[in-house]
Design a protein around this ligand. Structure first.
Ligand SMILES: [Zn+2]
Length: 251
């Protein structure tokens, strides 16, 4: 184990002792716009913008809207507010820095099948679903070899502590999205699912990863670039988080 792995290991273990108990204070939420800077994420030509658009760009647009809505009721922060490169470790460390109670990562999906479409809400858990593994490979592509194995072991420890809260939060956000974008835009819905995303495990707190839709789907990518859809999507996420907090916090 080299120095950077040792740091990673101790950072992750340190966070295992964070309190998950209900509190009288309002929770702190960290919104994580996926990718950024050198990392474009998925890329597609968007007719409305008349150019190729990266996942990182739409993820930021949606995240800024979510953050604006959450700020009305909570302390809410973003891992990035502009187009800049930021590692998975940096994102996780930011969760410690702001003492986030929840970590919400925003992404847009891609698939070799151009007909694949629909929103997805993932929470951190162990599973054996091949389709989900495939998506993980895309979102986890920055990590390889030994580091993946170490992260996998540590992820198990984090999962044990956080999975029930992550699942409840994911279900509530999913419900919020069903009554916002599914209702307003008849968007397909692939439901809440368990998955193993390292950025979620590294955050060491209850966390959810959203895939707003597929950049590889001709109509859905135009929809996701539409500010009206982004507003509704943000509204669904914020409502879902608020509903979960109201149920679980005494404030
Ligand atoms: Zn992504």
């Amino acid at each position: 184990m080299n120095v950077s792995k040792k740091i990673l290991f101790s950072t992750l273990l340190g966070g295992l002792f964070l309190s998950l108990e209900l509190s009288a204070r309002t929770p702190i939420i960290l919104i994580d716009p996926g990718h950024g800077g050198d990392d474009c994420g998925a890329k597609s030509y968007i007719k409305a913008k008349e150019r190729e658009v990266c996942e990182k760009e739409l993820a930021l647009e949606i995240s800024l809207k979510i953050n604006k809505l959450l700020k009305k009721n909570f302390q809410s922060y973003l891992t990035r507010t502009m187009d800049r490169t930021i590692s998975l470790d940096d994102r996780a460390q930011m969760a410690d820095k702001v003492a986030a109670d929840y970590f919400i990562s925003i992404h847009l999906n891609a698939h070799e099948n151009p007909h694949a479409k629909g929103l997805e809400v993932y929470y951190l858990d162990n599973h054996n679903n091949i389709a989900v593994h495939k998506i993980e490979r895309v979102e986890n592509k920055d990590l390889k070899g030994e580091i993946v194995v170490i992260n996998q072991i540590l992820a198990d420890l984090v999962i044990e502590r956080t999975a029930p809260v992550s699942k409840g939060l994911a279900q509530s956000i999913h419900k919020g999205l069903v009554s916002s974008v599914k209702k307003a835009f008849a968007q397909s819905d692939r439901g809440p699912k368990a998955a193993l995303f390292y950025v979620l495990a590294l955050s060491k707190r209850p966390s959810v990863l959203l895939e707003a839709g597929f950049m590889t789907h001709l109509q859905e990518r135009e929809l996701m670039a539409d500010p009206r859809f982004q507003d509704k999507f943000a509204e669904g996420v914020a409502n879902g988080i608020t509903a979960y907090v109201k149920k679980n916090y005494k404030f």
